[in-house]
Design a protein around this ligand. Structure first.
Ligand SMILES: Cc1cc2nc3c(=O)[nH]c(=O)nc-3n(C[C@H](O)[C@H](O)[C@H](O)COP(=O)(O)OP(=O)(O)OC[C@H]3O[C@@H](n4cnc5c(N)ncnc54)[C@H](O)[C@@H]3O)c2cc1C
Length: 297
């Protein structure tokens, strides 16, 4: 690994060719780094971070790996599906509004035109915007290699800070959102940054807050910039499951938050600010979704 001065870029002719190239390179201990929209990779190179010298340019495979696909099983975003391509899909706005909300807040038009959901996942930033929205919809990551295909739930995809379970010979080929997660009411996305647009998230929340007969029955809570990775919050979800506005136990919710996430302080925010703002984001989501779904007091 060295700062990027010269690079070898392999351009595969097909997906099968890409998988073969990855396999051969990994077997020779010279792994190829997949390259999609390059909006993260170029920033790394620009700031002199160590960058692998060997790349696999996926962009020529847009017809195989691009786009939004609706299947009987649900929604598939190809590995080269950009935020712009997602925002052009009317059904995605209707059935997966949390994805549209996140996509609209990623960078500006230029970044949305090149940046991909798969790149956002694999980049592994705890402040990512695409990852939490996908996690709120129970997304699975489809990994392919010459040996076959496996799918990993996105909330099990990270092994630590910027480390995923993907192996060097594997490629993300799609992100799959199950049919059961689509069209759900109460999909939610909030990003707190230093300004309304073009900001890195200081604290964020993606989730699902589905009410029925005055009770929260469908709950997903995903925390952003609150841990080493974007993280789902199962203890908070348990406290909220079945709660009404009258029975909501705010103290128990705060205790559950401490079990799920313990934010660090860094250049963007201190840990106490993050913890307090995240709790307020969750309470705000509960009250607002209750009001819009007729569960309010
Ligand atoms: C000005 C600017 C603003 C930005 N604003 C935001 C923002 O608001 N919110 C946000 O979340 N991000 C933001 N980003 C970061 C970036 O745009 C996103 O993370 C984007 O989704 C990355 O996608 P990409 O296709 O460009 O990834 P790339 O840079 O091509 O790749 C990123 C990583 O993913 C790997 N990778 C890519 N595709 C695959 C695949 N199919 N299989 C396996 N590994 C793969 C690469 O090897 C690399 O490690 C911003 C970046 C810039 C430069």
């Amino acid at each position: 690994m060295n700062a990027l001065t010269t690079a070898q870029v392999v351009r595969p002719a097909s997906l099968a060719d890409a998988l073969l190239q990855l396999q051969v390179a990994a077997a020779h201990s010279a792994p190829l780094r997949p390259l999609a929209g390059c909006t993260d990779l170029l920033v790394d190179a620009h700031f002199g971070k160590p960058v692998d010298p060997n790349f696999l340019d996926l962009w020529p495979l847009r017809s195989e790996l691009g786009g939004v696909r609706w299947t009987d099983a649900g929604l598939e975003l190809g590995a080269l599906c950009t935020y712009a391509a997602s925002l052009a899909d009317a059904r995605l706005h209707a059935e997966a509004p949390v994805l549209a909300a996140a996509a609209q807040l990623v960078g500006a038009t230029q970044i949305q035109a090149r940046g991909t959901w798969a790149g956002n996942i694999e980049n592994g930033s705890p402040a990512a915007d695409g990852v939490p929205a996908l996690m709120a919809l129970d997304a699975r990551v489809r990994l392919a290699s010459v040996a076959g295909v496996r799918e990993v739930p996105l909330d099990n995809y990270y092994a630590g800070y910027r480390r995923s379970v993907r192996q060097a010979h594997e490629l993300i080929t799609a992100i799959v959102i199950p049919h059961a997660s689509l069209g759900r009411p109460g999909q939610w996305f909030r990003k707190v940054g230093t300004r309304a647009w073009q900001a890195i998230t200081k604290v964020g929340l993606a989730g699902r807050f589905g009410w029925q007969d005055g009770r929260l029955l469908d709950v997903r809570i995903v925390a952003v910039s609150m841990a080493a990775t974007v993280r789902r919050c199962p203890a908070m979800e348990r406290v909220l499951a079945g709660a009404s506005l009258e029975t909501l136990d705010v103290a128990a919710l705060a205790a559950a938050q401490q079990q799920d996430v313990r934010p660090i302080g860094d250049v963007r925010s201190d840990s106490r600010y993050r913890a307090e703002v995240f709790q307020r984001l969750v309470l705000d989501a509960i009250r607002q979704t209750a009001a819009t779904q007729g569960a309010g007091r």
